[in-house]
Design a protein around this ligand. Structure first.
Ligand code: GLN
Length: 534
């Protein structure tokens, strides 16, 4: 029997509900409970897969191929559990499922309505998550801000879940902002009071309030919130601003949040918090050396577009004793002429994923520069395709080599649409998504890093390396060190004539954890440190 925690947000968006939920997940897991997490997003897109990175930031991919909100990345990194299709549900998905059922005649002639049909469908995702994961605790974050029109059915659904279950099995946590008024230097609780009232008017009485604020909130502020929002003072905690997001669970723990949650859920008697997380943070904080890593992409104006990649780099840096200084470099501004100037001070270069043709030439120039100057290169997805185009053009003499995503009719289509993608019409949900096997080559760098024969990694792409050009590349020192056994599709390449040049078709960043760094991020960071000390 699972218990349910629902997290809502008040006042403004972007106050770190996701990190708050992930932190609570971490704390409960450390207390010996099993945890599953999910996020409900009230927008109409069926999933974020079709949204621009500028709109939505990174699309996080689960092992079973769901394209999801980037908060799931926080969840996985904090709680170290692989989430699933059940973990991200949007209004669009709920409605399309209900409408499909209606067309099939599943509703037996009744009028299909928001209540109960839409709310039932939403609830089914919570209950199914409990059934399938068998976790002790299901944590569900409701995206958006309380008071939004579009989140009403979700709020109603969680109200019903509260009504259907025992009091001690359902807990509501509300995150709010206590703003400071410019000039008067005063912290204001009124927006929190209003947001509490708004939730009350929708039938939900919050049990816990997590406050964000510019500065530390006083006892007086807590007293006020406690009085107006009818929660005991120990149920009000602050999620302080920290340098390392991984500190948030500890800060919440110091204020007794996990203790209080267990008490409310009648789960007292659980083992006390483990020390590992604390030790990890201490180690991260004591790091003295620095490392300069360039991230060359075309969505660099919005760092969230590369959230898991940047987090994995930073975490890998810390765990190897270095603070990573990330240089966000817009590939559209790179040319073969200015490469030297832009990239010369970097210890390592990463080219992450991306779509379309814009900014590609700058990435190709980057790959060439990294090869020629023996700077560690790490290509992910598009970054692997880029490396292949570079090597084909500049070493194999295949002038005019390109990806058919950029140029539909290149002289040498070294990157081409996957065969099973040719007839695909819809763009939503049709990429090659989620886990696929990859067999590693003996005596390769990646074999050394993974220490395994077959690995499983998550994917999100439509194009692949065209195997017709294998020999051309091999002659110039490329090895194909990871192959998908079913399709023969190239998953990893290495260029062997420099110290470190590894690129993969999959997205390793989704599987890296602060306390369990992904082998490819480890390998790249270690190589960059070597390069720096050379
Ligand atoms: N655009 C490329 C493809 O579809 C790479 C995708 C990616 O980097 N995620 O194959």
């Amino acid at each position: 029997m699972s218990k349910f925690i629902f997290i809502t947000g008040g006042v403004v968006s972007g106050i770190g509900k996701g990190i708050c939920g992930a932190s609570i997940g971490r704390l409960l897991k450390d207390r010996g409970l099993s945890v599953f997490m999910q996020k409900f997003d009230p927008y109409i897109n069926v999933d974020p897969g079709t949204m621009s990175p500028y709109q939505h930031g990174e699309v996080f991919v689960t092992k079973d191929g769901a394209e999801t909100d980037l908060d799931l990345g926080h969840y996985e990194r904090f709680i170290d559990e692989e989430l699933t299709q059940r973990s991200n549900v949007t209004t669009g998905r709920i409605y399309s499922e209900v409408i499909r059922k209606e067309r099939r005649g599943d509703y037996g002639g009744s009028t299909v309505q928001v209540i109960p049909h839409i709310t039932d469908r939403i609830k089914s995702y919570v209950y199914k998550a409990a059934e399938e994961s068998k976790a002790d605790i299901i944590i569900t974050e409701i995206g958006g801000t309380v008071g939004d029109i579009e989140s009403l059915p979700f709020i109603e659904a969680i109200r019903q879940i509260h009504a259907e279950n025992k009091k001690e099995d359902v807990l509501f946590i509300h995150t709010t902002l206590v703003p400071k008024i410019p000039g008067s230097d005063e912290l204001k609780t009124k927006p929190t009071q209003h947001s509490f009232k708004e939730l009350m008017s929708q039938g939900i009485k919050t049990n816990i309030i997590v406050v964000r604020s510019e500065e530390k909130i006083s006892e007086e502020i807590k007293n006020k919130i406690s009085l107006f929002c009818d929660v005991p003072k120990r149920a009000i905690v602050q999620s302080e601003n920290v340098n390392l997001i991984y500190e948030v669970p500890l800060k919440l723990h110091e204020q007794g949040l996990d203790e209080y949650i267990l008490h409310k859920l009648c789960l007292s008697g659980q083992p006390v918090l483990k020390d590992d997380w604390k030790v990890m943070i201490e180690n991260f904080k004591n790091v003295k050396d620095e490392l300069e890593i360039g991230l060359v992409g075309k969505y660099v104006q919005l760092h969230d577009a590369y959230l898991s990649v940047s987090q994995a780099l930073i975490d890998a840096g810390y765990s190897n004793g270095h603070k990573v200084n990330l240089h966000w470099i817009n590939s559209e501004e790179i040319t073969e002429q200015n490469c030297e100037e832009v990239l010369k001070d970097l210890d390592g270069i990463i080219v992450p994923g991306g779509f379309g043709g814009r900014g590609i030439e700058g990435m190709i120039a980057t790959s060439k520069y990294a090869r020629e100057k023996n700077i560690p290169y790490f290509g992910i997805c598009l970054g692997m395709q880029i490396a292949i185009i570079d090597i084909a053009r500049n070493l194999c003499g295949l002038e005019g080599a390109d990806s058919t995503q950029k140029d539909p009719n290149p002289k040498y289509p070294v990157i081409d649409l996957m065969k099973n993608q040719i007839d695909v019409e819809d763009i939503g949900g049709t990429l090659r998504l989620g886990n696929y096997d990859c067999k590693l080559l003996e005596n390769s760098k990646v074999k050394e890093l993974y220490k395994e024969d077959i690995i499983k990694e998550r994917h999100r792409h439509r194009y692949e390396f065209n195997n017709d050009f294998k020999e051309d590349l091999e002659k110039e020192g490329v090895i194909f060190s990871g192959i998908n056994p079913e399709l023969g599709l190239v998953e990893i390449i290495e260029y062997t004539k420099t110290d470190y040049f590894v690129a993969c078709q999959f997205h390793p960043e989704f599987k890296s954890r602060p306390n369990k760094i992904h082998p490819l991020f480890n390998g790249f960071i270690k190589a960059s440190i070597c390069n720096k000390n050379k």
